[in-house]
Design a protein around this ligand. Structure first.
Ligand code: ZN
Length: 419
């Protein structure tokens, strides 16, 4: 009942102790963090903080330029006084960069998440880091100009990329998608070189960035242990415990793409090992399996071409296409082994597939559950919840990147202190 002591607080009480004042201010500002418009009464009802304390906190944020009045709203009762409404006022913007193996996306949003602009361009990470960042700087300049945004409008930039990233220091530890860069690359410094010293310069692994989007979309991932599985040019996971992302000393937590599934597999993974999940379920592997035993004429897979479509595969399997079912069985077995191995170490409450496998249908799901069902420790029928999110991964990444910048903004202690 932590709320009680504020709820019944005497409105004529002297100023609150500093810590409690900051804590209350934080709760008040949180009511506005996704762009909401609120009255004092709305926030008081939501938080249990007295109206006077809410009003004082709002005045604090107005004096800092963080909140503004947006005029009078509708009164709640007949003839009642119309209450004043308030909204977030900081006009700065956030930029999320998906610097991914084949393409780069720039997504510009307000601090509270309103989309402002977006652009995609091809990228080649097999070049020197200087060349990649020179190219990135040119594209960012053109993109900002196109949207008539000066660099001084930016609050922060978030860069998402392949490989293991130490988000604390902004260091890329290593990426099999750009071995030319070497290891322990200070990506945050590169970002600062092209963007200047902005309040927020964040770097994170793509799977952990897209993984944060699940916190916005799937309520079941916000508490307990969730695992999001990023499936695209690589496979990785984001492990979230009560909303906090797990990393480990080498930022290896979540690198399930390099989990050994079949050590006898002849393909050498660029990570240096054999039988990694990422290689067994890769589009290259599926195209090879399809070439070794082609789909009969008339199968939707017969017209696949060189770009493997997981969406088409899952749809065909669901429709009963025999070759599609065989390849889906292979995928389900590989992912079942990986999820089983994850489960005995991490014991998640919920798993969310994103990207290619986010398109999986009932057939894949049934085979996945069947392949996991032999383990006696699982309660019957349910080891953990599984959902499939077919949303475009670059969109999930932009959501997750914005989420990180939004969190960074609202966790700055200076917001809650006197000037
Ligand atoms: Zn590997």
């Amino acid at each position: 009942m932590a709320r009680e002591h504020n709820f019944h607080q005497d409105e004529r009480a002297p100023a609150l102790p500093v810590d409690l004042k900051h804590e209350n201010r934080k709760k008040v500002l949180t009511a506005f963090h996704r762009g909401e418009e609120c009255t004092v009464a709305d926030i008081s009802n939501q938080t249990g903080i007295s109206r006077l304390t809410v009003m004082r906190a709002i005045q604090h944020f107005i004096s800092k330029g963080v909140l503004r009045s947006v005029g009078l709203g509708e009164s709640s009762n007949m003839g009642g006084k119309k209450p004043e409404r308030f909204a977030f006022a900081d006009k700065r913007l956030t930029l999320c960069i998906a610097l991914w193996p084949r393409s780069t996306r720039l997504s510009l949003r307000t601090i509270t998440g309103m989309p402002v602009g977006e652009t995609d361009f091809p990228s080649d990470l097999h070049r020197s880091l200087d060349a990649v960042f020179d190219d990135l700087a040119v594209h960012i300049d053109a993109f900002l100009q196109e949207n008539k945004i000066s660099r001084s409008r930016l609050y922060g930039v978030m860069l998402s990329t392949a490989g293991t990233v130490d988000a604390e220091t902004g260091t890329l530890r290593y990426s099999v998608h750009s071995p030319e860069w070497g290891d322990c690359i200070p990506l945050r410094s590169y970002l600062e070189k092209i963007m200047g010293p902005l309040p927020a310069l964040l770097v994170e692994n793509a799977g952990k960035t897209a993984g944060r989007a699940a916190l916005l979309r799937q309520e079941e991932t916000q508490t307990g242990r969730a695992l999001t599985v990023f499936t695209a040019w690589g496979v990785s996971a984001c492990m979230v415990e009560d909303g906090a992302i797990l990393n480990g000393p080498l930022s290896l937590v979540g690198e399930i793409g390099h989990m050994s599934i079949d050590p006898t597999d002849p393909e050498l993974c660029p990570c240096g090992r054999h039988g990694c999940l990422e290689r067994l379920v890769s589009p290259e592997r599926l195209l090879r399996l399809l070439a070794e035993k082609p789909a009969p004429a008339g199968s939707p897979l017969a017209v696949m071409g060189n770009a493997f479509s997981y969406e088409l595969l899952f749809t065909a399997a669901q429709a009963g296409d025999a070759r599609a079912m065989e390849l889906t069985d292979h995928l389900a077995r590989c992912y079942a082994d990986a999820l089983h191995n994850v489960a005995v170490v991490y014991n998640p409450d919920h798993v969310v597939f994103q990207g290619s496998v986010g398109h999986a249908c009932g057939y894949f799901d049934a085979r996945l559950r069947e392949a996991m069902s032999g383990f006696c420790y699982y309660p019957e029928g349910r080891a953990f919840g599984i959902t499939y999110d077919p949303t475009d991964l670059l969109t999930l990444n932009a959501d997750g990147g914005w989420y990180m910048l939004n969190e960074h903004y609202f966790s700055d202690p200076r917001l809650y202190q006197e000037d």
